[in-house]
Design a protein around this ligand. Sequence first.
Ligand code: FES
Length: 269
Amino acid sequence: MSTEVQPRAAAAGRVQIAERTLRQDRWWLQPLITFAVLGAFVVYSTFRAFWGRYYYDDHSHLLSPLYSPCLSDRCGTAPHFSWFPTWTYIATPAIWVLIFPLGLRLSCYYYRKAYYRSFWFSPPACAVSEPHKGYSGETRFPLVMQNVHRWFFWFGLLFVGILTFDAVESFRQGASGQWGHMGLGSVILIVDALLLGLYTISCHSCRHIFGGRLRNFSKHPVRYRLWSWVTVLNAKHMQFAWVSLVFVALTDLYVWLVTANVFSDPRFF
Ligand code: FES
C-alpha cells in the first residue's frame, strides 16, 4: 500500500481558483466601514487643519486636540509657543502638530491592516484575492518606512502628557485665568486624553519595550508584570484605536462650536 503524500503540487504555487473568493459571508462589510470612517476622519481633520480658526476658547480655556500644543499667539492666556518661527506661518499650527499623531496612527500596526485592506485591497479580506500582481510586504521603500513606528510611539506618549495638561488648563476660567472651574468641555478633554493614553499604552511597540529581547521572564519579574498589563490592553488595541480616533474629532467639533459661540460650555462649578 502506498503511503506517499503529495504536497508538492500545492507547494509549487497558489491554488488556481477562477472565483475571486469562495466566501459566502459579507466579507466586504468590514473594509467598507473602515473606508467610510477613516475617510470621513481624514476629510474632517484635513478641513479643520487647513482652516486655522475656532480652535481655542478664551473663556473656558478649551484647546482643540488638533491644535495642541498651541503654536500660535491666538491662545489667550494659555501656554503657547508664540516664538515659533514666523516661516512656519505658511501653514496653520495644526499642520505642524498633526505630523506626530498622524505619524503614530499611519504607522500603527492595527491601522496598517485596516487601510491596506480597505484602501489598497491588499488583500481586501482573508481568502479574497487581491488585484495586485506582486507582493513585497514591508521590505522595500516606501513601506519599509513603517518601521519608524517605534519612534512615533514616544511622540504619542508626549502628546498624552500635552493633552492631559490641556485638560488641567480647562479648569481655569475667563481672561484672568482663575482656577477652580469645571465644565463639560473639561470632562471631554479629560476623556480625550485618557483614550489617547489607552491607545498609546496598548501599542505593540510598548509591549515589545517591556517584554521584547528577553530570554526568559523569570529573571525580570518587574518587566514581566508590566508586559502582562500591557498585553491585556494590547488585546483591545483595535477598539482603542477607533474610539480614540472618533473622540478626537468629536472633541475638536465641541471646541469649534463653543469657540464659534454656537453654544457656551456648560459649567458644573
Ligand atoms: Fe498601534 Fe503602536 S501598534 S499605536
